[in-house]
Write a new protein. Structure first.
Length: 334
């Protein structure tokens, strides 16, 4: 009997055994995709960034539709109906979180000034030449530059110093240097103490004092997500300290609206100027895969004193970030 049973097992045609093995492999792949996506979306639901690799994956949340679609197709093809139900739940969560986060609205009072703001991460200064060309072409009133090392700072001073006589900077090599260039008079303000330079200033615009803060927290690298979260929290503390003065925070936040560490900035009353202008979730990094694939981690955030008339993402040679150019209207509170 045992011999007959073994013979019967081996009698299963080879193509049937291959099909069964293929189905098992496909189901295993679908299960792993569903499990990984459940972890990421679970952290998003729980308002936490979790641990590596969750923070990195949250930056690309809209693109999780691709592995979710692959897993759903496998579940349908293999008639794994519980897997199909799992996919539907995950799809519902993902669709919910793809909605824009934060408040919108008109300025709090009559318009007193219009201004143009440009922010750009020039990747260790390599994109400085392209940035100078963009500044001359677009004529922003305020320019926020990240990763502006000594060569970058010297070039900006030589090429743009006459047009932008007012500046606040944190000097540093590599990615540490940052600078704010302004057509408006600036007075000093305490910046955020962080690994990378985050200078601040107060500008006089339309007869109003406007707080300016450059943002460049550490990226959420494996093993350094705690530093990233603390530096975003420090930015939030600066914003939350004064909710009466018009405020503009711009730069490379190394975070998107899908990060729990970033959303408190929006909860504190700031609004994403790109979203206000209808360009929310436009990818700004990494430039090598844009516009087909990327995340919006470069932002101009403004208090409710501002509204945004237009926002454009500019491709600059030499840097792995797109620059962000926004046109703002500043209002005077009642």
């Amino acid at each position: 009997m045992n011999t007959d049973t073994r013979a019967a097992a081996w009698a299963v045609p080879r193509h049937v055994r291959r099909r069964r093995a293929g189905r098992r492999a496909a189901l295993t792949c679908a299960f792993l995709l569903f499990a990984g996506l459940s972890v990421v979306l679970g952290c998003r639901t729980a308002d936490t960034d979790g641990v590596t690799p969750v923070p990195q994956l949250l930056a690309f949340l809209p693109w999780l539709l691709i592995p979710l679609g692959v897993a759903l197709v496998i579940a349908l093809y293999t008639h794994w109906w519980s897997g199909v139900l799992w996919a539907v739940v995950l799809l519902g969560l993902l669709a919910w979180f793809l909605q824009p986060y934060g408040r919108t609205g008109d300025p709090v009072g009559p318009a007193v000034a219009e201004l143009r703001v440009l922010t750009s991460n020039v990747e260790f200064g390599k994109g400085t030449g392209a940035l100078v060309g963009a500044v001359r072409r677009e004529k922003p009133d305020l320019v926020f530059v990240q990763e502006c090392e000594s060569t970058c700072a010297t070039l900006l001073r030589a090429e743009l110093g006459g047009t932008y006589p007012h500046r606040r900077a944190v000097e540093g090599d590599g990615s540490k240097g940052s600078v704010i260039l302004s057509r408006f008079p600036l007075t000093s303000a305490k910046g955020v103490e962080a690994t990378l330079g985050m200078p601040a200033a107060v500008a006089e615009i339309g007869g109003l004092d406007v707080r300016l803060q450059l943002a460049h927290p550490m990226p959420p690298l494996p093993g350094q997500t705690g530093v990233w979260a603390r530096e975003l929290d420090a930015l939030h503390d600066v914003v939350a300290r004064d909710d009466k003065t018009p405020t503009l925070v711009a730069g490379d936040f190394n975070a998107s609206q899908d990060h729990a560490a970033f959303r408190p900035l929006l909860d504190a009353g700031l609004r994403d100027a790109a979203r206000l202008a209808g360009s929310g979730r436009t990818p700004s990094w990494p430039a090598a895969t844009l516009p087909a694939f990327g995340a919006q981690i470069d932002h101009v955030l403004v208090s409710e004193d501002f509204t945004s008339r237009d926002a454009r993402f500019l491709d600059l040679d030499g840097t792995d970030h797109r620059a962000l150019l926004v046109d703002l209207t500043l209002g005077r509170a009642g």
